[in-house]
Design a protein around this ligand. Structure first.
Ligand code: GLU
Length: 310
């Protein structure tokens, strides 16, 4: 094995060893029972590179609920499907509000601040439900192709839990519909959104799936164009300013990578021109970001000097 790869593997293992214990500072998401029962002490990390290497440590093959990370897949699908008209229905500004906040949405007449807060992701889900005959299947097919793995699945227990406890998201969707910014029926939009949130994937699968964002829209393994270079740039820009919930500014300040986290404990960070880092550990901080997941990404970025602002 190449020396750089051995070095990186050793670095990942060392980071995991030092960071793992800080998970006790966090709290596993408990807004739905299916997530509250996840084991808090699991942790993993994978680094996939454009050059074709995948280096991992810990529980990197353990599938977890991707939750908000699914918003990135949905955004790419919607951009591909309806092009620039998407930006008349959702903006590209940081919200400065919690990801599920409804207050701003009323002030701003049903136009979400960005596609990675819940209102924006519901808007994107509406685009998908109204432009695909079976949006859930299209979504799963897209993700499976990117990961190169047909066994990726929707965790039905998480899905049912989301549906039962989905009133806040329903409120966001109905408010947008009242402003004329949702086309499909709300139950259909919610069902799509909860399905994509309930997909289970591992660090390794996620790291490989998002390589196109590090490579100007082209999947380096298949050489296929997943989105235009301009759209890859736009997604990365949105992730830099809004991907880490209300801690995006601090993450840019201290780590300097476009990234998206999810309340399942996953953190996915794009390193343009290099690859993708994906980490996972369920306990979250008060912003909803994985405590250990963030430190792992920060550790790799620092050790390898990966910040985009250098
Ligand atoms: N299913 C979650 C919700 O909509 C996703 C939240 C997240 O990961 O940010 O509340």
């Amino acid at each position: 094995m190449n020396k750089n790869i051995v070095d990186l593997h050793e670095k990942l293992q060392a980071l995991l060893l030092t960071q793992r214990d800080s998970s006790i500072q966090g709290k596993v998401a408990d807004y739905i029972p299916a997530l509250a029962s996840v084991k808090p002490d699991l942790a993993g990390i994978s680094v996939a590179t454009i050059a074709g290497n995948v280096v991992s440590a810990g529980e990197y093959q353990h599938p977890f609920s991707i939750q908000s990370i699914s918003k990135v897949f949905g955004l790419v699908m919607a951009m591909n499907r309806i092009g620039d008209s998407l930006w008349q229905r959702v903006r590209m500004e940081p919200s400065g509000q919690p990801f599920n906040s409804i207050i701003q949405l009323e002030w701003e007449k049903g136009i979400p601040r960005n596609p990675v807060i819940n209102a924006g992701a519901l808007l994107v889900s509406d685009v998908l439900t109204s432009h695909f005959s079976s949006s859930k299947l299209a979504f799963l097919t897209f993700v499976r192709k990117l990961a190169g793995n047909e066994s990726i699945f929707v965790d039905n227990q998480v899905y049912q839990s989301e549906l039962t406890h989905g009133n806040g998201n329903a409120a966001l969707a109905y408010l947008m519909k009242s402003f004329g910014n949702i086309e499909s029926e709300i139950p259909e939009v919610l069902s799509h959104y909860f399905t994509q949130c309930s997909i289970a994937m591992s660090c390794e699968q996620l790291a490989k799936s998002f390589l196109f964002l590090a490579n100007k829209g082209i999947d380096p393994r298949t050489k296929k164009t997943i989105c235009t270079a301009r759209d890859a740039h736009r997604v990365n820009a949105i992730l830099s300013t809004s991907g880490m919930y209300d801690q995006s500014g601090e993450f840019a300040f201290s780590v300097g990578l476009p990234a998206k986290s999810g309340v399942g404990g996953g953190v996915m960070a794009v390193v343009p021109g290099y690859g993708v880092i994906c980490s996972w550990s369920p306990p979250l901080n008060s912003f909803g970001n994985s405590v250990v997941g963030m430190s792992l990404v920060a550790g790799v970025a620092e050790e390898l000097g990966l910040s985009i602002y250098h």
